[in-house]
Design a protein. Structure first.
Length: 208
């Protein structure tokens, strides 16, 4: 296409030169016959040029224009905005209250109580929720060490609001051998979170 425009430009220039030369009368100006001959020559040249342009245009392959995708560059403002607004991290809710308990008293089976061999008994403590969190229904009193006087590993704890006092009980049995036995227990919110005072069941196993 650029070549066609170049040829057409040369033809227009040639016509312009010829017309200018005819408008200027000089002592050696050509005769009417010479002017007519020049016009004929120019006409032939123009016709040949147009024919050549048409042939070049026809020879050009008819292809489907392909639109090349143009990538839009990321502006500096967009880059800065991305840097200032990173992916938000997940929100973690942290509890502001604490769990705690205080020993109140031995309601049953005071320390050093004498219990006959193989005798079953119920040990009950009075304890206070001295923390700032309420105790939930699924809290338990779990065996925390010492002698195992109960077949159960845990016992239920009544729900209690902060500051309230409740009683917890564990069913136990005196061993068949004489001696002093101490079983330790503690309140737990779950298997990994026990808290507060250790509760003791201290007995002396004796012959009936």
């Amino acid at each position: 296409m650029h070549r066609q425009y170049t040829i057409a430009t040369w033809v227009l220039c040639l016509l312009l030169i010829c017309s200018c030369s005819q408008g200027v009368q000089t002592p050696d100006a050509p005769s009417d016959a010479q002017a007519e001959e020049m016009k004929t020559t120019i006409a032939v040249a123009v016709e040949a040029t147009l024919t050549m342009i048409a042939s070049l245009h026809a020879a050009a392959p008819a292809g489907t224009a392909v639109n090349t995708p143009v990538s839009t560059p990321t502006t500096m403002a967009e880059s800065i905005a991305t840097a200032l607004h990173p992916t938000a991290a997940p929100t973690v809710s942290l509890s502001s209250c604490t769990f705690d308990s205080d020993f109140g008293s031995d309601v049953t089976i005071p320390d050093n109580s004498k219990i006959a061999f193989s005798t079953e008994f119920t040990k009950t403590w009075e304890i206070k929720n001295s923390g700032t969190c309420d105790w939930q229904p699924d809290f338990v009193l779990r065996h925390a060490g010492g002698d195992r006087l109960s077949e159960s590993e845990s016992a239920p704890v009544p729900p209690a609001k902060a500051g309230e006092t409740v009683q917890v009980s564990v069913r136990m049995k005196a061993p068949d051998d004489p001696g002093t036995y101490i079983s330790k227990w503690q309140i737990c919110a779950n298997a990994d979170q026990c808290f507060g005072a250790l509760l003791f069941a201290k007995i002396i196993a004796v012959e009936p």
